[in-house]
Design a protein around this ligand. Structure first.
Ligand code: NDP
Length: 291
């Protein structure tokens, strides 16, 4: 009999599958359930047990991990078996907004279960790797009890008891990830229009992204101090530069949605009178307006 926690994983997309493999590799008994049962076939060959019903899946594991597309999928899967949530510890690694995760936590708690929110910051290939990390939030004691098992998946980064916090940290990362990757697609489109491949620009793209690290630290201290001095950069200079970017893309005949949106924000900063300050002043335009 294994001394490792028996884990149930509900949701066998690429992420859930990677989690099951990592748990099996560490000797955990694993029960799985998925709407499309055939996605469990390989995992069953590797030692997982396919539950016949969601209810059976919920009551079999000491710990229940959800890896679904979003919280609507959680309701779709769990509502018919909600009576079986009583006394169960759910670690919900499905992504959604902080508000939806808070509502989901209330729903699980209302049925007598424990809800721990998670936000995985790596793709499935990062599961089981020591450098990977996941944000968690929710009741601390059950989290600490689950931690050794969760650390089979990735390192754990507990942010506090508010169930929305893990989702908030996850979304803070995602707003940067999606926008940064779109900027990379834009660069590749511009390169392509000029006869260059993604591979041709890869070293330059990598250096450019790596240089952002220094900018983040430099501006964080100034922004928290409420300073947008124009001693290093001026918004007027930045506006001229982003207009060059927009025109370079337009001249090349590529899509200009993204560079045009950037120019629009810079122009709003100019209109608000920030020309002589740093382009970090744009953050003041983006913040929630004071009540
Ligand atoms: P997928 O969307 O590919 O699969 C998730 C699972 O959700 C599938 O098992 C699917 O079942 C199930 N599902 C979706 N809708 C329903 C529904 N209405 N009823 C029942 N089951 C449903 O997601 P991933 O595996 O890629 O990711 C899982 C979670 O992890 C997501 O929240 C994602 O944001 C997050 N994440 C993913 C990363 C990635 O790179 N993949 C990275 C970081 C986080 P079925 O097989 O039947 O379709």
């Amino acid at each position: 009999m294994s001394s490792k926690q028996h884990v149930t994983v509900i949701g066998l997309g690429p992420m859930g599958q990677a989690m099951v493999r990592a748990l099996l590799a560490e000797g955990h008994p694993v029960t799985v359930w998925n709407r499309t049962a055939s996605r469990a076939d390989d995992l069953v060959r590797q030692g997982a047990v396919l539950a016949g019903t969601v209810e059976e899946a919920l009551i079999t594991g000491d710990l229940v991990i959800l890896s679904l597309t979003d919280y609507d999928a959680m309701y779709a899967v769990l509502e018919p078996a909600a009576h079986a949530l009583n006394g169960r510890v759910l670690v919900n690694l499905s992504s959604d907004t902080p508000e939806k995760t808070r509502a989901g936590a209330r729903w699980v708690t209302g049925h007598g279960g424990v809800h721990i929110t998670g936000g995985v910051t790596v793709p499935p290939s990062g599961i089981g790797k020591p450098e990977s990390s996941t944000f968690y939030s929710g009741p601390r004691e059950p989290f600490e009890a689950a931690r050794p098992t969760l650390e089979v998946l990735t390192r754990t980064d507990f942010r506090g008891e508010d169930p929305g916090l893990a989702a908030l940290f996850y979304q803070i990362g995602m707003v940067m990830f999606w926008t940064s990757m779109l900027s990379y697609w834009q660069a590749i489109a511009l390169a392509d229009a000029n006869g260059l491949t993604a591979a041709d620009i890869l070293p330059h793209a990598t250096d450019t992204m790596a240089s952002l690290r220094g900018f983040l630290a430099f501006y964080a201290a100034r922004i928290d101090a409420g300073r947008h001095d124009g001693d290093v950069d001026r918004l007027a200079m930045g506006t001229a530069s982003v207009e060059h970017v927009l025109h370079t893309n337009a001249d090349a005949g590529v899509d200009t949605t993204l560079p045009a949106a950037v120019v629009e924000l810079f122009r709003r900063g100019m209109d608000a009178g920030h020309a002589a300050g740093s382009f970090s002043s744009l953050v003041e335009l983006m913040k929630k307006p004071a009540a």
